[in-house]
Design a protein around this ligand. Sequence first.
Ligand code: NAD
Length: 364
Amino acid sequence: MQLKIKLPDKKAQSYPIVIEAGISEQLIQYLPKNTSSLVIITDSTVKKHYAQALKNALEKTIYSVFLLSFKAGEASKNIQTKIKLEEAMLVKCCGRDTVILALGGGVVGDLAGFIAATYMRGISYIQIPTTLLAMVDSSVGGKTAIDTPQGKNLIGAFWQPRAVLADLNLLKTLSKQHIVNGLVEALKIFLTCSSKDVQYFKKNVQLALTKNEAILHQLVYRAVKIKAQVVEQDEHEINLRKILNWGHTIGHAIEHLSHYKMLHGYAVALGILVEAKISLLMGYLSATDYLFVENSLKDLGIRPSDLQKYNPNEIIKHTYKDKKAKAGQVYYVLLSGVGQVHQIKGKVTHPVSDRIVKEAFSLF
Ligand SMILES: NC(=O)c1ccc[n+]([C@@H]2O[C@H](COP(=O)([O-])OP(=O)(O)OC[C@H]3O[C@@H](n4cnc5c(N)ncnc54)[C@H](O)[C@@H]3O)[C@@H](O)[C@H]2O)c1
């Protein structure tokens, strides 16, 4: 005997991504109809800037509103923080019709999203990104996770939000360092997927660094448009979605070895440099295109000489914990041109020997 379980098609999981100054003030319209209560999950910094004000505003509506926060920083993206937040939600009798509002950067988004994925076997959440990195990248696509002592994002789930509300007004308090952090992830998306958008980025990067709103709006829109197209084709990262992991095999290792003192985007920038150099050494990327990548990062103040601080052997050892590694072999996304990744029979990741990685490091 055979039975079939019919799951709703992908369209049922579609959701709006709204990029607009002031949009977070209109979030009520994006809540599911049966919502009973709201839990704002945020970190200690965003709490001071925005979360308390959001709570006060939402308390004027028909919903019960709770505000939960944790200490800002990557070091909090772990199982202990997750447990504390979940227990607080249980104490407050949050149920299946509670909606989580993930108000913060990528750390809040990944953690609150993972709680939404597992709380009572899955509840709704809305991403309200407050960093540029979260707006251009992490709030979209439903990847949620926590870090473990073994490495980054190793425990998590794919769990799509009900909506992503990118309110550009929330970037006003963001430091320049965190603007750079986000611009690196936007550049990563453009360099792997769209030469046209790379040109736009190059032309406008200095204005972006001054937080010019029109330029940031365009960059978020362009990056998210590409990311959404990639996620639509490969939600669970079987193949194509891995292109967005470019720079992350080395980047995650550097981030881990810096004990998370180096910001994610800066570590990814160094990862991009090494992985572009590997692409050059393997003959996929021209010297001109390699230089273009290096100069684009220099425009953001990234110094290739920073790589000299890291021991290549330690980095290589850590790359074996990467999610793309299998059967004792590390796989990399490699570039074949500006706006293009190297593909063999449609596959976007490729085995690279430790010798080549070491050689790439020796050239910095
Ligand atoms: N899920 C994904 O697809 C995905 C993609 C890329 C990165 N990530 C993850 O994102 C995380 C990095 O995100 P991040 O760089 O946003 O880090 P973050 O969330 O730690 O935010 C950076 C800092 O900025 C502060 N902050 C946030 N918003 C602010 C604002 N508006 N004004 C002033 N300060 C503000 C935070 O309190 C924090 O101290 C990493 O954990 C990374 O693994 C996830």
